[in-house]
Design a protein around this ligand. Structure first.
Ligand SMILES: NC(=O)c1ccc[n+]([C@@H]2O[C@H](COP(=O)([O-])OP(=O)(O)OC[C@H]3O[C@@H](n4cnc5c(N)ncnc54)[C@H](O)[C@@H]3O)[C@@H](O)[C@H]2O)c1
Length: 401
């Protein structure tokens, strides 16, 4: 896939000369059909060859408020792969914020490059200027391949950044809050499956022993759950197992553990045909993104097997809830309180799924879409606000620097 770049930014338009040029270069237009099927508002392609910057910012939907989503740095094998990823991820953010009750839209950015070798101050400052040029339509945050240092460089060029270090007045590492949300989602699932939300004595198998998983294990241990934990870095899992008086499990054996609840907190796509044929449990509730390899097929397979699935993007929303709290002036207790609402949201989703005979993921998608449509309708009432950009977000942004 190729694009025409004008002053470093390509905006999607249909000017005759661009069409002519594309015809001459024999390019296809699958990009536009992708945009149409995903329903994106705007894509910005950022190029600054002097500093090696190749980035794409995707703004999916701003009905609920400014689009918010992290920046991912990844050595994509092709520009098309980068484009597909940013389209998928930004759309996911729209649904995540909508179902979480946030006044935020969905956006995401990808920087094409190797996080080990291609980082420089000027690359990220240049990227920060592109973000700033969007005037708040897109607010960025940390994602895969990024660290606090790069976020600080971006922040030096734009105030439209969240998830900045606590030392700069931000919310810092979101993982403990994400883990708390996963824990709440798991308790709500237990309420649905067992009639009680107590996890005392429940056997919970946790895949991964990283940031989210280790905090989750601590919440579970406090409640008296029996924890089985694994990681490809075995020492990491052994350390957490020791801390929470749990049991270390070899990575290959995690699906075969005698368990009540499975909590994937490492990778996406782990619930596939093979895993489903091996796992025997009542609930799957984890922090990883895109846990179901095939959302439709595996969502239905789990129902057939009597396994209750808590949609991942709903229960791992603590991270975005946490960083979005920065827009109101960060307060950790308030972020935790908002994250606690994941419990009720998950129960609402299960009820909707049951009433409408759909999978929990389908129910969640529909509820998110209904919220977006309702706000669209609300906008037909005149308001003195120039836009629906979230309660205090614009005011706070203005005061921040
Ligand atoms: N950190 C957050 O706030 C947050 C928010 C939303 C979603 N998530 C998602 O949660 C997941 C975990 O995030 P994290 O921040 O804890 O990452 P992390 O890198 O700290 O932890 C992931 C752990 O999984 C392990 N791992 C990788 N492959 C494995 C395998 N096959 N079997 C067992 N262990 C394996 C890694 O070694 C690592 O220790 C990711 O999918 C992430 O996208 C995280």
């Amino acid at each position: 896939m190729n694009y025409l770049i004008d002053e470093g930014i390509l905006k999607m338009d249909t000017q005759t000369e661009i069409l002519e040029e594309k015809k001459n270069q024999n390019l296809d237009f699958s990009l536009f059909s992708n945009l149409e099927s995903y329903g994106h508002e705007e894509i910005v392609i950022c190029s600054r060859p002097e500093v090696g910057l190749k980035a794409i910012i995707a703004i999916h939907d701003t009905t609920l408020g400014p689009s918010l989503g992290g920046t991912r740095m990844w050595p994509y094998e092709s520009e098309e792969a980068a484009m597909k990823d940013v389209l998928r991820l930004s759309r996911g953010m729209t649904y995540k914020s909508a179902i979480s009750g946030l006044n935020l839209g969905g956006g995401k950015a990808v920087i094409i490059g190797d996080p080990q070798t291609d980082k420089s101050e000027m690359l990220f400052r240049a990227f920060g200027r592109f973000v700033d040029g969007l005037g708040g339509r897109y607010i960025t945050a940390e994602d895969v391949g990024m660290t606090e240092l790069e976020m600080e460089w971006i922040y030096s060029e734009t105030k439209y950044v969240t998830g900045i270090p606590k030392s700069l007045g931000g919310s810092g590492n979101p993982s403990p809050v994400t883990a708390y949300g996963v824990y709440m989602g798991m308790k709500a699932s237990a309420k649905k499956a067992y009639g009680s939300d107590s996890l005392k004595g429940k056997k919970v198998a946790v895949q991964g022993a990283g940031n989210v998983a280790s905090h989750l294990a601590r919440f579970l241990s406090k409640e008296g759950a029996e924890i089985y934990i694994t990681d490809i870095f075995k020492e990491k899992a052994k350390k957490v197992a020791e801390e929470v008086s749990g049991t270390f499990v070899d990575p290959d054996d995690i699906y075969d553990v005698d368990m009540d609840i499975f909590s994937p907190c490492a990778l996406g796509g782990v619930i596939n045909d093979d895993a489903i044929s091996r796992i025997s449990c009542d609930i799957i509730a984890g922090g990883a993104n895109n846990i179901l390899d095939d959302e439709v097929k595996h969502g239905e397979d789990l129902i057939d097997r009597g396994i209750l699935y808590a949609p991942d993007y709903v229960i791992n929303a603590g991270g975005v809830i946490n960083i979005s709290s920065e827009l109101e002036g960060y307060d950790e207790d308030r972020a935790m309180q908002k994250t606690e609402r994941i419990y009720d949201t998950v129960l609402d989703i299960f009820d909707y799924a049951e009433e409408n005979s759909v999978t929990p993921v389908n129910a969640s998608n529909r509820l998110a879409e209904e919220r977006i449509e309702s706000v669209k309708n609300l906008k037909s009432i005149y308001s003195s606000k120039s836009g629906f950009s979230g309660r205090n977000s614009e005011i706070y942004m203005r005061d921040r620097k």
